[in-house]
Write a protein that binds this ligand. Sequence first.
Ligand code: ZN
Length: 506
Amino acid sequence: MSNKFYITTAIAYVNAAPHIGFAMETLEADCLARYHRMIGDEVWFLTGTDEHGSKIRNTAKEQGMTAQELADQNAPWFENLGALLNLSNDDFIRTTEPRHKLGAQKLWRKLVAAGDIYKSKYEGHYCVGCEAFVTAKDLVDGKCPEHNKEPELITEENYFFRLSKYSDLISEKIRSDEVKVLPESRKNEILSLCDEGLTDVSFSRPKDSLSWGVPVPDDEDQVMYVWCDALSNYITALGYGSSDESKFDKFWPADVHVIGKGILRFHAGIWIGMLLAAEMELPRAIYVHGYITSEGQKMSKSLGNTIDPFASVEEKNCDPVRYYLLREIPTTTDGDFSQDRFKVVYESELADNFGNLFSRVLTLTERFLESKVPEVVGDSLLMKAVKDAWIKYDEHIANFDLKKACEEAVRLGEISNQYIDEKKPWELIKADPASLSQVMYNLLEILRHIACMLYPFIPSTADRMLEALGVPQVYNEGGYVEFREWGVLKSGIKVKKIGVLFPKEK
Ligand SMILES: [Zn+2]
């Protein structure tokens, strides 16, 4: 029986080019989406762009265009990330689309009906970078630590969302893992914010200031606060508020929202509060990743050390970049993008461990077995290693530790390389042909397991590996394949030699 699995990324502001951190986030979500398709789930994977708010309006003004023009100019940049990184997203939402506005307004009306929207005069400090009012305790030396900028003082009459009312309930839902926040450190972080008591949130901006957003229903002088608008993309993309809500009925609640650590309180606080007020189902999990540094330093435009995902993929190719971001950068803490480290990981793991292994085994099969898979057998130690690896792999994926899941594939690669070196098939051909067949079957079948494990991480390489093994794809649409079992590779199948998977620099 197949389960539905709905996964989202945060949506990116379109005021600047896509950042390597957003590329990593989309890859993490892609890795999980592909894993869930592989195990037979019906997956819906959403990403998109956040096109409202002061940040967009200000940038557009600086560039002498309207906010909509800026959004239209930059949104394709983010949509193109999909092809660049081989993302398998099913939809891409832009918050300036009519479908989004309709749904955001429907949700707003629900909050009004719940009695949780009220009007009040407000004076406070606003960080445009965060698109949020900040208080003294959010600041370091009077500046927002995330953006290293002093916030603006703003006095306005706005609508407020009564988030304070839901503080205890949010805390309870998160504490009990009804909304599972991973890693544990982030769960504790949001719980301690709840303990301090969540405060009401300004949920609209007057239309006449530098605001740009979805109109507040029944008040033409106000637009929605950008976060109120942005968070609702997770339901509006499913057709919430449209004439056909069947996709929403099918896929909501989200199984996983993947986000960066800087926006945890918006998701685990405000978003959960909005859904509680609207009496809607809550997301089952929020997975929080860390940030990427560049050669050990925080990335910044002024240091000139930002990493452009487009340039990286052009230089290094898609799968090696995917592999580095998912396997080298720790999934839930900060990690570093370093050219030296990239080279080490590429050569030792991709080229030597996996690439070399596949080419050795397939070449030996061609040479000694006329490229045919021999009779199905199983070395008990190897079978146990594979079984244990899958158990750990599944556990790590469920705990949002993609790095460790990938390590299981690396370990199987190392075990296989050792096995070849010990068994020396090239000597067995004369000495013991029967045991040669057994050794080769064990190797070919373990390659298949490695390719399946790698599929969510480096899908096009994994597809090439599986094709070489005569297994056309890792999963069948609608049909579950017991790919974790031993002995799936059938005898008599023709394998093909594989070109160099990961060429080393000349
Ligand atoms: Zn900020």
